[in-house]
Design a protein around this ligand. Structure first.
Ligand SMILES: *Cc1c(COP(=O)(O)O)cnc(C)c1O
Length: 370
């Protein structure tokens, strides 16, 4: 038998997930392993979520609600945004994938800034869609003037979606509200084009000039906001994301999505997570304290880092990032080397709990070369 695939599929580099803790324990014979590699919530599962899941366990013979009716009604209250204008997805990853598959033809393109979340590129390539990358300034922020000029003077009909992760993973940088407004105003009259604002880390933002997509959507019908329950809500294992936007865009995603894309446990878990205000407050507090802890330690150690609006921090290991990563691994610390992003010496560190942060810093200190 012979079977062939397209060039794009053949050359696709699959997403490299954070190394699982159990794998590191096995490979290095370690019991004490800290994983700060996947921007997961260090607080564990909320007790309210566990309780809600227990009550649902006896109904797993029933298909999930394909419309996520109860969940979207709750989200309507929570975000003060109409439930009719939401698509719930199997993580935001599914929503990114769907947006590209639905609105781009093979040969079309998406626009992303350099060093954006890598899922956009992978999903595009799988759909035979090209990627235009706009450059960053040397402080790792998007070169806004370049992006604006590109959209104004160089964009062709082929480019259908601009993906903006705000704040961005893995850099932790963000684009300012006034910048986003300029781009939205410029592109308001463009046809077959919209802006996909990925706000996975929006709850952690402390900068006061970082935009909130939801509050801008009534004015800009070519803007959609993507939210995830994997980060501050602590539900990465259950896979839930939400896309908010106008019916003109979302109706086509609803048409194409799998009918039962969000399972029944995931639906009740998110509802319970929304009610656990204490968990959400603690998640933010622990991240903010952890960021400040690493900022001050890195400053003392003269380590170059980028101030972050997410629950992670990117720093420069000053050597091949994979080598640094591997040495930390042997000591039981799982970090994320950023070579897949073309950042050869940079490492991304997720903020953990206080104990994990102390231990991680000790290991990083001992492995950093002078
Ligand atoms: C973590 C992350 C997400 C969340 O992805 P899920 O599929 O919802 O788990 C989305 N966008 C960015 C930029 C992220 O870093």
């Amino acid at each position: 038998m012979s079977i062939s695939v397209s060039e794009e599929i053949r050359l696709l580099s699959p997403y490299v997930p954070g190394k699982p803790t159990s794998e590191v324990q096995r490979e290095y014979g370690l019991t004490d392993v800290i994983k700060l590699a996947s921007n997961e919530n260090p607080l564990g599962t909320s007790p309210k979520v566990i309780e809600a899941l227990k009550n649902k366990l006896s109904e797993l013979n029933i298909y999930p609600d394909p419309s996520c009716h109860d969940l979207t009604l709750k989200l309507e209250q929570y975000w003060n945004y109409p439930s009719a204008n939401m698509v719930i997805g199997n993580g935001s990853n599914e929503l990114i994938d769907l947006a590209i598959r639905v609105f781009c033809e093979p040969g079309d393109k998406i626009i992303i800034p350099e060093k954006s979340f890598i899922a956009y590129e992978i999903c595009a390539q799988a759909a035979r869609v090209g990627v235009v990358k706009t450059p960053l300034l040397d402080i790792f922020e998007t070169d806004f003037d370049f992006l604006y000029d590109y959209l104004k003077n160089k964009k062709t009909k082929k480019e259908k979606i601009l993906f903006l992760a705000n704040p961005n993973n893995p850099t932790g940088t963000y684009i300012k509200k006034e910048q986003l407004v300029k781009i939205l105003d410029l592109t308001a009259s463009y046809s077959d084009f919209f802006i996909f604002l990925d706000e996975a880390y929006t709850e952690f933002v402390r900068a006061t000039d970082c935009p909130d997509g939801i509050s801008m959507m009534s004015k800009y019908p070519h803007l959609v906001s993507c939210r995830t329950f994997s980060k501050v809500y602590g539900l990465a294992g259950l896979r839930v994301g939400a896309l908010l936007g106008p019916t003109e865009i979302l109706q086509w995603l609803h048409r194409v999505r799998n009918p039962f894309n969000v399972n029944s446990l995931a639906q009740v878990a998110v509802m319970a997570a929304l009610d656990d205000k204490q968990y959400l407050e603690n998640s933010k507090k622990i991240v903010w304290a952890g960021l400040d802890y690493f900022y001050s330690a890195f400053k003392k150690m003269s380590v170059d880092f980028i101030p972050s609006q997410g629950n992670f921090i990117m720093f420069d290991s000053r050597e091949d990032g994979n080598d640094f990563f591997n040495r930390c691994l042997k000591k039981g610390l799982i970090l994320r080397p950023l070579k897949p992003y073309g950042l050869k010496t940079h490492i991304r560190l997720t903020i953990g709990n206080t104990n994990e942060n102390h231990k991680a810093l000790e290991i990083i200190k001992s492995e950093l070369k002078a």
